[in-house]
Design a protein around this ligand. Structure first.
Ligand code: ADP
Ligand code: MG
Length: 740
């Protein structure tokens, strides 16, 4: 079986292998003991998570330069979009075109000739170019007054050119690896260090943790071959085949560890809950709306999970506004109306955890309404205090109670529903019969936290059913991987009658008009979010940082120039949690008109009066992320507006942004994003703990399914990896293994 045709070549090592050096080392030896490293290099390696030689060999090129595509300067022609090497001969800042434009001009030379490079409006580039340095340039070749020049070329340091082109084993290659760098360490360093390890055949001492039969089945090269092929590909097919192997490897191991967790969780005893269809219907009929088909299906699926004697682990994924809370409430109803086994009194309990205090309060509010007709007590526990519903004095409202009192009632089972923030998982909280855990915005909670909640049972041990809910639209392949320990249910239908949000893509010259529109609605009392890509002002010396708006500067500018009469505040991740909560509360209470924030504004916060959102530097965000940001204003009966401010004139970027005007759901956009953006741009490592090469697998549904199937096979037959000691060790330690 093949993921695709490119994967058919047989594994073969390059013929000429250099003589083996006698080395007092093995692949797990720390690099510090092998290489002489500067303080900066040490720090950089640490930042990249590279400690041992294995780690270094697993630091894969992010791309490959093909020397074949490079041109000699003397052969450049007008109209080419070309890449070439050259040394900086001179640099200056000049004023041109009626003295209004400042630009950088440099002369670049190779052994065949010289060409002028011009960077318009970018005088700061002059400071980055040093005379005598060899760089690799790419840009469009233009002509003025009969002379060629290259306009606004991109450039980077380069460590090889046509002349010096030799491969690791002495042969010639047309592809050079380019490695992810960090401040203090260059791609060039990686190139030479890895070359050395390969020459010493360190890679041959690393054990291949993927079972042979699996490699064979999918035609994947074995480890020692793949390591050579990925760092020093002689052919395109080798490069592709090696990258597939490592992509598969990463996803396979994620699957193994997730499937293991899943297997262990399922092995626990749980609460069998038989629900009464009539009663459930009566309960849901009290809702002021009819459930959507996807809500109905989700509820049915969950209720049938409850009937099994193994604990449910389910992820409910639905766009903002798709009605996840109703699903939570109805299934919670089935649980709290059930009695503990062998008992004809009392209730099973549920814990409902939200990522923020505001959200916890909102859920508490909703549950008070849904359960107001029943003799069910509901508790709220957050960092700033505890509440109980109903109050003795007023059965329609909640009352403040002490934490100690609340915990006592939860422990003895009198309060069957407890809603809260992280405070819910503190040691002091214990339940009598915790049968159901609902977690809102699950990706913020790790496995550890989940495990903590699972044990919260005073009395008989039984693992609670788990429902995780998220509005983060992620592609199916990614969900299957990172949430491999969960079953997946989608709410892919929006309630009817919801006014669709009006999304406008605003080009720089239309800003004024957009602000006027916004001002009219602010005057009517609506509120506005302004999302900026960064917190602080950019460092003017940093090339790429320019032109992106910062929260702080934009808030100042809006106050001074655009909306002086309105209350403006900022919100970003560097504020203390208490400050954040406070600002969100003020915004929620309508005391702030305009909230300027980074994209971290709390997910799912419901401020119905905030009906407008401006997204600055939109081209920097993923489509799915834009969609999610836009979801913040989807919460009311007022018409909602999303203004996508793009600072780009690039047709491709604008086309991409237009997709969000058309797409029907977050899932559709997430898939589109995965297709249109390079895997590196999906920042999988940061958000999901997946490396760039792992993201390549995520783009390939067949590969993800294969990795999942193989992992499931192993787990179902041999859940403790008795026959797979290498896998066992790697899963346990998270490290790759070598021969002892
Ligand atoms: P989310 O999935 O983002 O958590 P919520 O559960 O907060 O969404 O629901 C958003 C709004 O939609 C709430 O005001 C809720 O009452 C309403 N709602 C939920 N389900 C339906 C439905 N089937 N029809 C109409 N409105 C609904
Ligand atoms: Mg929600």
């Amino acid at each position: 079986m093949n993921f695709d045709k490119a994967l058919t070549s047989k594994c073969k090592l390059p013929k000429k292998v250099p003589k083996r050096y006698a080395l007092e080392m093995n692949p797990s030896t720390a690099l510090e003991n092998i290489f002489r490293l500067t303080r900066y290099q040490k720090a950089a390696l640490k930042k990249l998570g590279i400690v041992t030689m294995i780690d270094l060999l697993y630091h894969f090129p992010s791309r490959y330069e093909s020397v074949a595509d490079e041109k000699l300067i003397s052969l450049l022609q007008r109209g080419d979009v070309a890449t070439f090497h050259g040394t900086i001969e001179s640099v200056k800042k000049i004023r041109a075109f009626r003295k209004r434009m400042i630009m950088t001009e440099a002369k670049i030379r190779d052994h065949t000739g010289a060409i002028k490079a011009l960077w318009f409006h970018q005088p700061y580039i002059a400071d980055k170019l040093k005379i005598g340095v060899e760089l690799r340039f790419s840009g469009k070749i233009g002509e003025r007054n009969g002379k060629l020049y290259v306009a606004n070329p991109e450039f980077e340091h380069s460590y090889h050119s046509r002349k010096k082109n030799t491969a690791l084993d002495g042969g010639t290659t047309m592809m050079y690896p380019v490695y992810p760098e960090s401040r203090g360490i260059t791609s060039k360093w990686f190139y030479h260090a890895i070359k050395k390890l390969l020459r010493e055949k360190v890679h041959e001492d690393i054990k291949d943790s993927i079972p042979k039969n699996i490699l064979g089945k999918y035609n994947l090269p074995q480890l020692k071959t793949a390591l050579v092929w990925i760092h020093n590909p002689q052919k395109e097919s080798h490069r592709i085949s090696a990258r597939k192997r490592f992509a598969f490897e990463e996803v396979f191991f994620i699957q193994l560890s997730r499937q293991k967790i899943r297997h262990e969780y399922k092995n626990n005893a749980s609460y069998t809950i038989e629900s009464n269809g009539e009663q459930i219907k009566t309960f849901s009929d009290r809702f002021p709306f009819t459930l959507t088909n996807s809500q109905e299906t989700a509820i049915k699926t969950i209720l049938s999970d409850f009937e099994k004697d193994e604990p449910m682990s389910r992820l409910l994924e639905g766009d903002v506004g798709s009605g996840k809370t109703a699903v939570a409430a109805i299934t919670a109803y089935a649980v709290v109306t059930s009695q503990p086994k062998g008992q004809n009194f009392g209730n099973l309990q549920i814990a409902y955890m939200a990522p923020t205090e505001i959200l916890a309060q909102q859920h508490f509010q909703s549950f008070m309404e849904y359960f107001s007709h029943m003799p069910i007590q509901i508790g709220l526990i957050t960092g700033s205090g505890c509440k109980k519903f109903p109050s003795k004095v007023n059965p329609k409202s909640a009352t403040d109670i002490s934490r100690a009192q609340l915990l006592k009632w939860v422990k003895n089972g009198e309060i069957p529903i407890l809603i809260g923030t992280h405070a819910l998982i503190q040691k002091t909280v214990s339940f009598k019969h915790l049968a159901f855990i609902i977690i809102d915005e699950q990706h913020r909670f790790g496995t550890m936290q989940r495990a903590k909640l699972s044990k919260k049972n005073d009395g008989v041990y039984a693992a609670p059913h788990l429902l995780s809910m998220t509005a983060t639209p992620i592609p199916r392949t990614l969900a299957l991987t990172v949430f491999g320990d969960l079953d997946l249910t989608l709410l892919d239908e929006m309630p009817v009658g919801r006014k669709p949000i009006i999304t406008e893509i605003i080009s720089p010259d239309k800003r004024g008009a957009a602000y006027e529109e916004i001002a009219t609605r602010l005057k009517e009392g609506r509120q506005l979010y302004v999302i900026c890509p960064r917190i602080d002002e950019p460092d003017p010396k940093k090339l790429l940082a320019l032109n992106t708006k910062s929260v702080k500067a934009e808030a100042r500018r809006l106050k001074q120039e655009v909306f002086p009469e309105y209350e403006i505040e900022i919100l970003h991740s560097k504020l203390r949690p208490a400050e954040k909560e406070n600002i969100m509360k003020k915004f929620s209470d309508g005391n702030i008109d305009i909230l300027v924030a980074t994209s971290v504004v709390e997910v799912g916060v419901n401020v119905p009066n905030a009906t407008m959102i401006v997204i600055e530097g939109a081209e920097r965000f993923g489509l799915a992320q834009l969609h999610q940001l836009r979801g913040r204003v989807l919460r009311s009966n007022h018409q909602a507006y999303c203004y996508v401010f793009a600072d780009t004139k690039s047709k491709k970027s604008i086309e991409r942004l237009k997709a969000i005007q058309k797409a029907k759901s977050g899932f559709e956009l997430a898939e589109l994003d995965l297709e249109m953006r390079g895997s590196g741009e999906l920042s999988g490592r940061k958000q999901w703990g997946i490396s760039d090469i792992g993201m390549e697998a995520i783009k390939n549904i067949k590969m993800v399914e294969a990795a999942r199937t193989e992992a499931q096979n192993i787990i179902s037959k041999d859940p403790t990896f008795k026959k797979y000691p290498l896998i066992a060790k790697q899963i346990e330690t998270g490290e790759k293994i070598h021969f002892e």
